[in-house]
Design a protein around this ligand. Structure first.
Ligand SMILES: *[C@@H]1O[C@H](CO)[C@@H](O)[C@H](O)[C@H]1NC(C)=O
Ligand SMILES: *[C@@H]1O[C@H](CO)[C@@H](O)[C@H](O)[C@H]1NC(C)=O
Ligand SMILES: *[C@@H]1O[C@H](CO)[C@@H](O)[C@H](O)[C@H]1NC(C)=O
Ligand SMILES: *[C@@H]1O[C@H](CO)[C@@H](O)[C@H](O)[C@H]1NC(C)=O
Ligand SMILES: *[C@@H]1O[C@H](CO)[C@@H](O)[C@H](O)[C@H]1NC(C)=O
Ligand SMILES: CC(=O)N[C@H]1CO[C@H](CO)[C@@H](O)[C@@H]1O
Length: 275
């Protein structure tokens, strides 16, 4: 194992350090406080180690950080509001850890964020509406957490958003129609929540949606509007496992299934009925 603690005890000699990648090194320790004195650090990658303990508030000292990726460790504690001091942060990936608490509203101060992945943690509370000010965001993945409440309607301002992945939380109420303004979306996964109400027709304005629309395992009601045929590039449409009997109100078909999956294969819509 790299004697990384010793390295950082000498951090006064590493003041110039701008990039540190110790991914996949079986590092077993907490994050040494001296790490967060490196004000010139732009890239900190400690992916797939066995790092435990929390990310200290001193992370806010690393004002040069552009990439912070601590994926797949055993990091716990909460995300401190000092994260908002990282004005140049573009990629923040803390997925696959044990981070709890709420997501601080200050995350909305990280104006340069292009990718925010907090998937597979134990974050709770509501989604801060300040996320709506991160207009450079291309990837927002908050899946597999314990978030509750509504999807902020301000998410409609995220015009660069390419992937919005919120599955496996406890989000409720209606899907905001404003999501239809996210015209860069290729993937929208809101599955396995407690969303209710109708599927907003505005979602079918996102003509570039080509990877997947997954709204399965919610409590959505109503019909599937004929406008859905505008999503003619879509590979995966999953509206299965919902409380209501969906009816596809298209011109040429009227389908009524409790569960179904439509896939576009070789340019054709295939309806694969399950159960
Ligand atoms: C950061 O780098 C600059 C030179 O690029 C140097 O003058 C400065 O002392 C460094 N700051 C720290 C805290 O390491
Ligand atoms: C943030 O990025 C800008 C533009 O690249 C750069 O001029 C500035 O020095 C950076 N700030 C810090 C604290 O590194
Ligand atoms: C987010 O992180 C998880 C776990 O590391 C990964 O599987 C997933 O692909 C990431 N999401 C995106 C959109 O890249
Ligand atoms: C969450 O992460 C754990 C361990 O890092 C992994 O075993 C599990 O499969 C992940 N869960 C999901 C839903 O990705
Ligand atoms: C949609 O999401 C559910 C639950 O999150 C998942 O089990 C399912 O495989 C997804 N559907 C497709 C077609 O990928
Ligand atoms: C009829 C049906 O499949 N209902 C399901 C809708 O989704 C909820 C949440 O996943 C399930 O509990 C229902 O059984």
């Amino acid at each position: 194992m790299v004697e990384w603690l010793k390295i950082f005890n000498l951090s006064c000699f590493c003041w110039f350090l701008s990039s540190l990648d110790l991914s996949q090194n079986s590092l077993t320790s907490s994050l040494p406080p001296s790490l967060f004195q490196l004000q010139n650090l732009t890239k900190l990658l400690l992916i797939a180690n066995d790092i435990f303990g929390s990310i200290p508030p001193e992370v806010g000292n690393c004002v040069s950080l552009i990439r912070l990726r601590l994926v797949n460790n055993r990091i716990s504690g909460e995300i401190s509001k000092e994260i908002g001091l990282l004005k140049n942060l573009s990629f923040l990936d803390l997925s696959e850890n044990h981070i709890g608490g709420t997501l601080p509203a200050e995350i909305g101060n990280c104006n340069e964020l292009q990718m925010l992945n907090l998937s597979n943690n134990t974050l709770r509370g509501t989604l801060p509406s300040s996320l709506s000010s991160l207009t450079r965001l291309e990837v927002l993945d908050l899946s597999v957490n314990q978030f509750v409440g509504e999807i902020p309607s301000g998410f409609g301002k995220l015009s660069s958003l390419n992937r919005l992945i919120l599955n496996k939380n406890s989000l409720f109420r209606a899907i905001p129609s404003s999501l239809g303004h996210c015209l860069s979306l290729q993937l929208l996964d809101l599955s396995s929540n407690a969303l209710s109400g109708m599927i907003p027709v505005e979602l079918f304005d996102i003509e570039g949606l080509d990877i997947a629309l997954n709204l399965s395992c919610n409590a959505l009601t109503g019909t599937i509007p004929p406008q859905i045929s505008a999503l003619n590039k879509l590979s995966i449409l999953d509206l299965s496992h919902n409380d209501s009997c969906f009816i596809y109100a298209g011109r040429d078909r009227a389908l009524c299934f409790l569960e179904f999956l439509v896939m576009r294969l070789e340019g054709l819509w295939r309806v694969l009925v399950r159960v």
